[in-house]
Design a protein around this ligand. Structure first.
Ligand code: 13P
Ligand code: SF4
Length: 303
């Protein structure tokens, strides 16, 4: 038995003792994914958080994800093992700035990507994830939509709908590191590989893709495909699950720099400390949570 076996055993023991569930995003490091009860994309994780009957949710992801879990399950204790695991894109939209844009477009509904603060969700009409953004936008009863904060996801949605999309200028720094050049270089080296990318990628990257999807969408596409080589245009933590679930298939990262430093803050040690010390508890003030939940529930009703 090595040191990591001890860690894992202690995590599992505490998990049982505290009636906890461990949720992990597809970008988490492999060891963390391997001890989780559920690994998935933002939509799947929100659903798990809403449905679980555990008392404690240890959220291995970034702050907005734990916040969403706290909004959906206010009676549960939601723990984020590293309080500094944030999402720079979520910080690119504030309530004040959103109110200014709303004032410029009176009556236009706001669809906000789940990568946002609870306050911004509370100021929005609908929430969406990368898995359902097109569906949500199409379901809103308006020909014009304000879409925040991701300009690239918003632009991708605008290519899949007849509606006019008013874009915010946020972006994911990790997906910006995946460039048309880095994808093209890999395609030249591996001409038979299919290019599968996340909609947070830039337009010129999406234009090169054979398929576009949320992290779970990427996993589904690869599993269903008869191809054997794939260039994966998203954060490279997803390769762990791709390889585990698809023995014999080969994966190339879209860029050697596609690492989200925030997602990588969570380690097995921090998961253990989180359960030992019951830290860091993520809560959302009741009034904000109620307003934000409206936007999230509207999304969950659509998909
Ligand atoms: P998914 O919902 O597709 O898993 O994406 C979350 C995210 O943060 C992508 O950068
Ligand atoms: Fe945020 Fe990008 Fe990291 Fe996703 S990959 S959590 S959007 S910084």
């Amino acid at each position: 038995m090595d040191c990591s076996d001890n860690l894992v055993n202690e995590i599992l023991r505490l998990k049982k003792e505290k009636n906890a569930i461990i949720l992990a995003h597809n970008y988490q490091i492999g060891e963390v994914q391997d001890i989780a009860d559920f690994v998935g994309d933002s939509l799947g994780l929100s659903r798990q958080a809403a449905d679980t009957d555990a008392d404690v949710i240890v959220f291995c992801g970034v702050h907005f994800m734990a916040e969403t879990a706290a909004i959906l399950s206010p009676q549960k204790t939601v723990l984020l093992p590293d309080i500094d695991a944030g999402c720079p894109m979520a910080d690119m939209v504030t309530v004040d700035k959103l109110r200014e844009l709303k004032a410029e477009h009176p009556g236009v509904p706001v669809v906000t990507y789940v990568n946002s603060s609870a306050e911004v969700k509370a100021e929005s009409d609908y929430c969406c994830t990368s898995a359902n953004a097109v569906k949500v936008v199409n379901a809103v009863d308006s020909d014009e939509i304000i879409f925040t904060p991701d300009q690239h996801l918003g632009h991708y949605v605008s290519t899949q709908t007849t509606k006019k999309i008013i874009l915010w200028n946020g972006f994911c720094p990790t997906h910006r590191r995946i460039t048309a050049e880095s994808i093209t270089a890999r395609k030249e080296a591996h001409p038979n590989a299919k290019i599968v990318v996340h909609p947070e990628c830039m337009e010129e990257v999406i234009a090169l893709a054979d398929a576009v999807g949320s992290t779970e969408g990427i996993l589904r596409y690869v599993k269903a495909s008869s191809d054997t080589e794939f260039i994966i245009g998203t954060e490279m933590g997803i390769i762990h699950r791709l390889e585990k679930e698809n023995p014999g298939k080969i994966f190339y990262t879209g860029s050697e720099r596609s690492v989200c430093p925030n997602m990588k803050r969570i380690t097995l040690e921090k998961v253990l400390w989180s359960l030992q010390d019951m830290e860091y508890v993520i809560t959302v003030p009741e009034d904000i949570a109620a307003q934000a939940k409206r936007a999230i529930d509207r999304m969950l009703e659509i998909v």
